[in-house]
Structures are given as C-alpha cells and as structure tokens.
Design a protein around this ligand. Sequence first.
Ligand SMILES: NC(=O)c1ccc[n+]([C@@H]2O[C@H](COP(=O)([O-])OP(=O)(O)OC[C@H]3O[C@@H](n4cnc5c(N)ncnc54)[C@H](O)[C@@H]3O)[C@@H](O)[C@H]2O)c1
Length: 287
Amino acid sequence: MSTRIAFLGGGNMAASLVAGLRQAGWAGTDILVVDRNPDKCDALAARHGVTTATSIAEADWRVDVVMLAVKPQVMAGAIAEMRTALGRTSRAPLAISIAAGIPLRVLATWLGDDIECIRTMPNTPSQLGVGATGLYAPPSISADRRDLADRIMATAGINVWVEQEADIDTIIATSGSGPAYYFAFMEAMIDAATDMGLARDSARQLVLQTALGAARMAVESGDDPATLREKVTSKGGTTAEALAYFNNADLAATVAGAMQAAADRASVLAQELAEQAADTHNTNDDR
Ligand SMILES: NC(=O)c1ccc[n+]([C@@H]2O[C@H](COP(=O)([O-])OP(=O)(O)OC[C@H]3O[C@@H](n4cnc5c(N)ncnc54)[C@H](O)[C@@H]3O)[C@@H](O)[C@H]2O)c1
C-alpha cells in the first residue's frame, strides 16, 4: 500500500523535498501540500502533480506522515490548527520535523501524546537528490517508523543518523545552513574575478564549474580534501600565495566562528520556543 505524506508548509524546503520525492518516483497523488499561500500550492501542483490545500482546516489529513515544514516561529499555531483538523484520529500520523531549533520536547507539547515525532535537518540541494539530512529519533520510536523516515529522506540524498538530539544543532550549522556558505563564497569569487577584469558571465561560469568540479573530486576521488588541496598547490606557486592569505586572515577560525553562531542561534530559538510553549501551557492551566 502506498504511503501518503502531507507537508505542513509548502515553501522553499518543502519544495526541495517534494522535488526529491517525485524524482525518486513517489506518486504525486500520495503527496499533499498544505500552504496558506495559493501561489505556492499552484506552483507545486503544476510542477509535481501533488494535491494541495490552502486551508489547514479543510485539508484531507488522512495521511501516514506529516512533514512539519513551516518556519519555527509559526509552527505552534500551524500545529494547533492541524491538531484540530485531525481530531483524535485512531491512526495518528508520524510527524517528521524539518524545522531548525524546535526541540522534540517542545514539539511534543504542541503535537500531543498520540503523535510521535522524528527530528530531521535536510538542506536545499535535496531538490536535485544531492541533499544531506541529519536525523534523530528518540529510543521510543519503532524500527519501522525509523525506516519509514529514512526511506522518505533518502529520496533527497544522503542520511546521517545521530544518537543525541543536541547533535542536530551542529548539523544545522554544518549541512543545513552550509549551502549558503558555499554560495556566499561563490558570490565573493565571482565579484573578485569581475573586479579583476573578467566579464561577469565568464567569471560566473568559471567559478560555478570550479565549485562543481571540486565538490565532485572531494566526493568521488577517494582523496581527502587536504590531499586534494595539496595536489593543486605548487611549492612557491600561485595557490600557495592565496592559501597563505586565507591563513593570515584565519579562515579556519572564521568558519568555526560562523558555524558556532549558527548553532548558538538554534539553541536560542529552542529556548525561546520552550518558554513560549511553557507560557501557553500555564495559560491553559489557569483557565
Ligand atoms: N530553507 C532551508 O535551507 C532549510 C533547510 C533546513 C530546514 N529548514 C526548515 O524548514 C522550515 C521551512 O523553511 P523554508 O525555508 O521552507 O521557509 P519558507 O518561508 O520558504 O516556507 C514556509 C511556508 O509555510 C507557509 N505557512 C506559514 N504559515 C502557515 C500556516 N499557518 N499554514 C499553512 N502554511 C503556512 C508559508 O506560506 C510558506 O510557504 C523551517 O522550519 C526551517 O527551519 C529550512
């Protein structure tokens, strides 16, 4: 029997995952996207043949899996609406969160006792099937449900399971936000080559193909990145000059600092949402 998946939120990341699922052969009719923005729904329906709904209340929630794919700041409200629409169904779907910075203990207060949740952190290259996803499931989740989450996220690229939830914050800082770091580096190189005299389009082609070539070598050659770097670097040559400049500017410390800032932001977000969840709980208790 087919597995029906709903996306709560049909934005950038959901669109990437839907593309990965469709490319892997998942039937469009088994995918429901619920997004209040009709343009997002229309675009996904036209491109991938998925079913869509612009209202959480009116969507058909008879699904096996719900991907929690709205922004962290609006997740509580969206889940509350979904919960009402779901009612106390006899067959609660598995929830898979892709949200940054919402711990499972907070999601549990929003989802209720009967909906189990697995936490994941995918990235946007999922849309090409070359994504990287980190996953964490609490010990209470069955092997079958873990396998289901693994099968779904594997349509997006590689999966890396972690044993403790705290590692998800490091994954956010590594592969979740990571594509943006590489894009920023590409932008800087294109600008520099253009400033140095190349036509922008030539600079763009050279920079992008170099990024693709370097990534493919790092993945496919069997050599580690340090060895590959050494193979480009002639003694007393041009690459050595550029790398010395990076070293003087402490590139490694800059990268480490940026990644720590991303992970710290995830914990701050988690703290804020935990406080918000506790406030809501207390307010409900006071009624
Ligand atoms: N973009 C990334 O690279 C990335 C990577 C990993 C994880 N994430 C996580 O994915 C989630 C979504 O991020 P995104 O970048 O796709 O955001 P986005 O803004 O592109 O998408 C969110 C979508 O949710 C919809 N939405 C908001 N409130 C809604 C509601 N009440 N009912 C129905 N739809 C509603 C919006 O219309 C929007 O289309 C976030 O939690 C983020 O942390 C994003």
